[in-house]
Ligand binder design. Structure first.
Ligand code: ATP
Ligand code: MG
Ligand code: MG
Ligand code: MG
Length: 465
């Protein structure tokens, strides 16, 4: 089954169970300052769970575009290292707003996996929250799950929350066993971190609303929120053990490999770039522009990371913006907006590439020299700060390079340099204010001194602050 066929089969299945098909919402959550990006299908329904918004349906299904590159759910560091994480992915979901609860949610999921997708039951592994005896009883008595493929886990694994505040509750998850040839152990075991047992579907039983002070109030009516990663279930259905080998990624990676002239299709940097072109294009599509703060800075960081991986593969000149075309070929049918905004997206990426190209090479040289003379295995705060301040290397980019070389970074030392920079900035601003006042300049006069220093991201950031 192709990714598109799986998406359609899922939505059609839940429609047949009385769910309203709802379009994906934007990656920028509407009116929700608590959240950086839409990180799950439930985000657009948050107020339905809280009971403050009523819709004319109580069951919904969607395929939601998600980004997990900051905030509570951040997978940026996982990309390139696991078979299952992306910064951008699609989450298939079914939702009940005070309609059905645990029993139906579990039955629907099991029916879809074993009867529609026809997955063998012995390949599936189930987890529940260790306090949730109700779900456990449903799995044993209704579904008749094999007890040897079942784990009870604590809050860390089986309590889901959208963010630090908002709807949350215990969950039950379904894993797929990719087989002995893949390293890794079952959920809850010490070897769990491998890629053998892949979590495919999370069924969240929404029962609470967490407030800022950490207290949890019961929701007006218990609800259901589920999420299944399209790319993960596609890997299962297409008999590949890595998300980056599914149809959509395979085609995209071939397109990219062709442009940047890389032979090995399993190259790690190639996968990172394929991941990043998706998140960057969709973020721009949803109105985020690269910049120095908040969402804009997350986007800039992802773009720069992609460019650095291109540089690592020996790319000369700008390339990242050219990949948008390859993405449109893969995803333009599912997301026609992508095709409409293709030129804005690639122009935005090109501008960023040109800006970063000026400092990337130099910064890399400095870093390589530093690493060559390193005593110990930690890159010092001063180096991190210099790269950040003068060469526009976001801290996570340098950390990414360090990790590839088996090194760590001195984040505390970086923070000290940052504080020192801010203090100097404040003093200087004070001096300028005093100076302007002494000259009796009128208030409209704008100080442009910092902006005239070339290519320094942090300088602009100081101005913003
Ligand atoms: P993992 O433990 O593998 O990081 P998760 O527990 O963080 O996943 P959930 O928050 O439960 O994931 O999200 C629901 C589903 O969304 C997951 O079961 C998975 O199928 C999918 N998913 C989550 N994160 C990613 C990601 N970064 N890339 C692709 N799919 C993802
Ligand atoms: Mg995760
Ligand atoms: Mg998990
Ligand atoms: Mg999960």
């Amino acid at each position: 089954m192709s990714s598109s066929e799986i998406r359609e089969a899922f939505l059609a299945f839940f429609e047949s169970k009385g769910h309203q098909r709802v379009d994906s919402s934007s990656l920028v959550p509407a009116n929700d300052p608590t959240l950086l990006f839409t990180n799950a299908g439930m985000v657009q329904f948050k107020d339905c769970f809280l009971g403050t918004e009523k819709r004319n349906y109580t069951r919904a299904t969607s395929s939601q575009r998600c980004v997990r590159a900051g905030g509570k759910h951040n997978d940026l560091e996982n990309v390139g290292y696991t078979a299952r994480h992306h910064t951008f992915f699609e989450m298939l979901g079914n939702f009940s707003f005070g309609d059905y609860f645990k029993k139906e949610a579990i039955q629907f999921a099991w029916e879809f996996l074993t009867e529609v997708l026809k997955l063998p039951k012995e390949k599936l592994w189930v987890t529940v929250h260790d306090d949730d005896k109700e779900s456990e009883a449903i799995w044993f008595n209704e579904i008749k799950i094999d007890q040897t493929r079942f784990s009870r886990l604590g809050d860390k694994d089986n309590f889901w929350a959208m963010g630090d505040t908002g709807p949350c509750g215990p969950c039950s998850e379904i894993f797929y066993d990719h087989g002995e040839e893949v390293a890794g152990g079952p959920p809850g075991s010490p070897e769990e971190d491998g890629d053998r047992y892949i979590e495919i579907w999370n069924l969240v039983f929404m029962q609470f609303n967490r407030s800022k002070d950490g207290s949890m109030a019961p929701l007006p009516r218990p609800s259901v929120d589920t999420g299944m990663g399209l790319e993960r279930i596609a890997a299962v259905m297409q008999h590949v053990h890595n998300n980056y080998q599914i149809d959509l990624f395979d085609n995209l990676i071939r397109y990219i490999a062709d442009i940047i002239e890389v032979k090995s299709l399993t190259n790690q940097s190639l996968r990172v770039i394929a991941d990043h072109i998706r998140s960057c294009s969709f973020l721009i599509l949803d109105g985020v522009m690269p910049g120095n703060e908040g969402r804009a800075y997350v986007l800039r960081r992802i773009i720069r990371r992609a460019i650095r991986h291109g540089n690592k593969l020996g790319v000369q000149g700008s390339f990242f913006h050219r990949l948008v075309e390859g993405l449109v070929q893969q995803m333009g049918d599912a997301y026609p907006e992508l095709r409409q905004k293709q030129s804005i997206i690639s122009e935005t990426l090109l501008r960023e590439e040109e800006q970063f190209a000026r400092t990337l090479e130099q910064g890399m040289k400095i870093l390589e020299q530093d690493i060559a003379h390193l005593e110990g295995s930690e890159i010092q705060g001063e180096t991190l700060f210099k790269l950040y301040d003068t060469y526009g290397f976001p801290i996570d980019l340098t950390a990414d390079i360090a990790r590839e070389k088996g090194l760590t970074v001195d984040l505390a030392g970086f923070d000290v340099c940052m504080e020192e920079q801010k203090r100097r900035g404040r003093e200087e601003n004070q001096f300028i204010t005093d100076y302007n006042e002494s000259l009796n300049l009128n208030e409209q006069t704008e100080f442009l001194g910092y902006q005239q220093i070339e290519g320094q991201a942090v300088v602009q950031q100081l101005i913003v602050e």
